[in-house]
Write a protein that binds this ligand. Structure first.
Ligand SMILES: CC(C)(COP(=O)(O)OP(=O)(O)OC[C@H]1O[C@@H](n2cnc3c(N)ncnc32)[C@H](O)[C@@H]1OP(=O)(O)O)[C@@H](O)C(=O)NCCC(=O)NCCS
Length: 168
């Protein structure tokens, strides 16, 4: 059976309970948000707006099922990808990779002024590092809260350096 295509949709009044049901393994929590449900952290940040950024809480949806969550956070020139989590039973099937590609496409399509997409990744998170590297991200040499910061240059597709303070 062919899998339904993956989509990124806003977490809204229709799907927020399904988004809250997305869970990662307890061992993975230090990689993603420190708390579960990850969607709760993402929704809280959209309200609190850390860094004064414009937060976009997103659900990763296959068919009518929420299989993951992530956040994008934007200022005029730069976006961040945060709190990517694929629901544990659905991990290892290529959904994380597809979600990152959708997020990059979404930023390109909706933020024409955005020059760079950044994220931070835990040094022990081999799976995520591999995913980000093959999606075109690379380390900037900066750190945020002990995690290396990686970036994707949306003009050229390679790692770029920035002097803008990191957000959290
Ligand atoms: C990290 C995460 C988003 C990846 O999503 P996923 O759907 O499980 O991963 P995918 O199936 O798309 O695989 C991504 C890559 O990791 C590789 N991979 C899979 N399992 C792996 C493992 N145990 N160790 C190392 N690499 C692994 C895959 O081979 C794939 O690389 P490839 O396409 O070059 O072969 C997901 O596992 C997750 O939610 N983890 C917990 C939270 C987290 O770490 N979030 C990232 C924060 S930066």
């Amino acid at each position: 059976v062919a899998a339904a295509p993956l989509r990124l949709v806003a977490i809204d009044e229709h799907n927020w309970r399904d988004a809250l049901a997305v869970g990662v393994h307890a061992d993975q929590l230090p990689f993603v948000a420190g708390h579960q449900p990850v969607a709760l952290v993402v929704l809280a940040k959209a309200y609190v707006r850390p860094g004064g950024l414009e937060w976009e809480p997103l659900a990763v949806v296959r068919g009518d099922r929420v299989v993951g969550v992530l956040a994008l956070a934007h200022d005029a020139a730069r976006s961040e990808l945060l709190h990517l989590a694929i629901d544990e039973p659905h991990q290892g099937q290529g959904l994380g990779r597809a979600a990152v590609e959708l997020a990059v496409g979404h930023v390109r399509a909706t933020r024409p002024g955005c020059r760079e997409l950044r994220l931070s990744v835990h040094p022990d998170n081999a799976r995520a590092q591999r995913l980000y590297r093959t999606a075109g991200f690379g380390p900037t040499g900066e750190e945020r809260d002990g995690e290396p910061v990686w970036s994707l240059d949306l003009a050229g597709g390679s790692a770029v350096r920035s002097t803008t303070p990191a957000i959290r």
